[in-house]
Design a protein around this ligand. Structure first.
Ligand code: GLU
Length: 475
């Protein structure tokens, strides 16, 4: 049995977005599950499209998510180098093999000439094929011309681990460029050479390349290389499920999710279940479970819609699942500035109160600011409240005065506060929707907060009484 070896082979042409990361994740899962190896190879042969910093960004994204590679450009490995621009000699040797066996030729045409052929074919309502224009006496390839593959058109049948049985007619096989006139190989050529030399067993990649597979198969055959297992991943679609999620339609840089305070385990869970399920209704998976349960055969064949609401829900679910200490460690960089004056224990109690409904860390300042500073008194919170707006100012003041009196006697433990507040409901004969909302607003001046007794207990006696007094004077 061959050792399973998968690879992620991004081109450093921009930031990593969810589609790219999902491809990496599936390849990683297949390798982990089989105790195999996962490789990172940077496909940097299109120098015009290269974006500075992109390679580092890709590696940082993968590291954040825990998708560590066993061999790669930064760590090397037994099949180094893993940067295609450092493998040009290798591609040249393989190209020469093809020339020697009569399966590659120097392309003598200028761009304009090729364009004329194309227009002509269009006029005659014929599909344009390079192989219909093979030169009779091609020049000797000296590296200044493009080197083109001489295809051997035939019908192909192949199996895709996701899409099942596939086939294509001979018209899908054409002569394509192996090495460009700038000396760099094309993806079509060098990924096949690299996958072979790097002993890749599963080529797991996006749907984008599916139409080219017959040409690849023709080249595998010409090079005498056994086909690897192919697994084609359907696109990640926009929320409406109709269009491929692209950078223009809101495909975010994956590291923006880190910045917003999404957990890496959420991203893994979310991306894994974007077009895959284990056959049950289960939606929350740990990484360990995914490694056990993942299978290419259960990847869905149609595109999977990217649902941001589901991601939020899932992140909330993972946030609830971790211990308060762990959560606290991870939220270090997200606290509002004013929180610096408070102790770690105080902040941890605040965090404990919002853990239930926190969806991502960047929400922390908004959800917690009133624990760290007196917010400006905003009477609109009262006048726009359906219940409270029915009370006149005198009534509001009376209720707050009563609250102030009973709270003065509290030890501010949650239990004691609950008792006192419930008592107050009885003595005033008022509904919690009115009385508790009023006290909540008068002590926080925030649109929402955790439960009243919990909130007051963390705020403490001094702050609570001070804020209620200030509120009474302002109403
Ligand atoms: N360099 C290609 C890309 O970034 C890789 C495709 C593949 O995995 O073979 O899309």
């Amino acid at each position: 049995m061959k050792i399973t070896r998968t690879r992620f082979a991004p081109s450093p042409t921009g930031f990593m977005h969810v589609g790219g990361v999902r491809t990496a994740l599936f390849a990683w899962l297949v390798a982990k599950q089989a105790n195999g190896k996962f490789l990172l190879r940077l496909e940097d042969t299109d120098k015009n499209r290269e974006v500075a910093g992109s390679a580092e960004h890709i590696m940082e994204s993968l590291r954040w998510l825990g998708l560590e590679w066993d061999e790669g450009p930064d760590i090397g490995g037994s099949h180094a180098p893993y940067l295609q621009s450092e493998r040009l000699d290798i591609y040249k040797q393989w190209a020469e093999k093809l020339i020697a066996s009569g399966r590659a030729y120097a392309d003598p045409y200028t761009k304009e000439e090729l364009e004329t052929f194309r227009v002509e074919a269009q006029k005659n309502k014929q599909p344009f094929l390079y192989r219909n224009h093979r030169p009779e006496n091609p020049p000797v390839w000296d590296g200044s011309q493009a080197l083109r593959f001489k295809s051997d058109p035939k019908v192909y049948h192949w199996e895709d681990a996701v899409l099942g049985d596939l086939s294509a007619g001979a018209e899908a096989v054409d002569d394509f460029i192996l090495i460009k006139s700038d000396g760099y190989p094309t993806y079509n050529f060098c990924h096949i050479v690299d996958d072979e030399l790097m002993e890749i067993t599963h080529v797991i990649r996006s749907q984008e390349f599916i139409a080219s597979v017959p040409r690849f198969l023709n080249l595998y055959d010409a090079l005498g290389i056994d086909w690897p297992i192919f697994a084609t991943l359907p696109y990640v679609m926009g929320a409406d499920g109709k269009k491929k999620l692209g950078k223009r339609d809101g495909a975010k840089d994956i590291l923006d999710y880190r910045k917003d305070g999404y957990l890496p385990e959420t991203m893994i869970n979310f991306l894994a279940t974007l077009g895959w399920n284990d056959g049950s209704e289960q939606e929350i998976f740990s990484v360990k479970e995914l490694i056990e349960k993942f299978s290419l055969a259960r990847v869905q064949r149609s595109g999977a819609a990217f649902d941001e609401q589901r991601l939020l829900w899932m992140n909330g679910s993972h946030i609830r699942g971790i211990s308060l200490d762990d959560l606290f460690d991870r939220t270090k960089n997200y606290w509002p500035e004013q929180s610096n004056q408070k102790s770690a224990d105080y902040k941890k109690s605040v965090l404990g109160l919002i853990q239930e409904r926190l969806k991502y860390f960047a929400e922390i300042p908004e959800l917690t600011n009133f624990f760290f500073e007196d917010l400006p008194i905003n009477l609109e919170l009262i006048t726009s409240n359906k219940q409270l707006k029915k009370l006149d100012n005198q009534q509001l003041k009376t209720y707050l005065q009563k609250a102030l009196e009973v709270l003065t006697d509290s030890d501010f433990s949650v239990n004691n506060l609950s008792d006192i507040l419930n008592n107050l409901l009885e003595t005033t004969g008022e509904k919690p929707g009115i009385l508790f909302s009023l006290i909540r607003i008068a002590t926080t001046w925030a649109p929402a907060s955790p439960g009243l007794a919990d909130t007051l207990s963390v705020l403490g006696k001094e702050t609570t009484l001070r804020r209620i007094s200030a509120s009474i004077s302002s109403i």
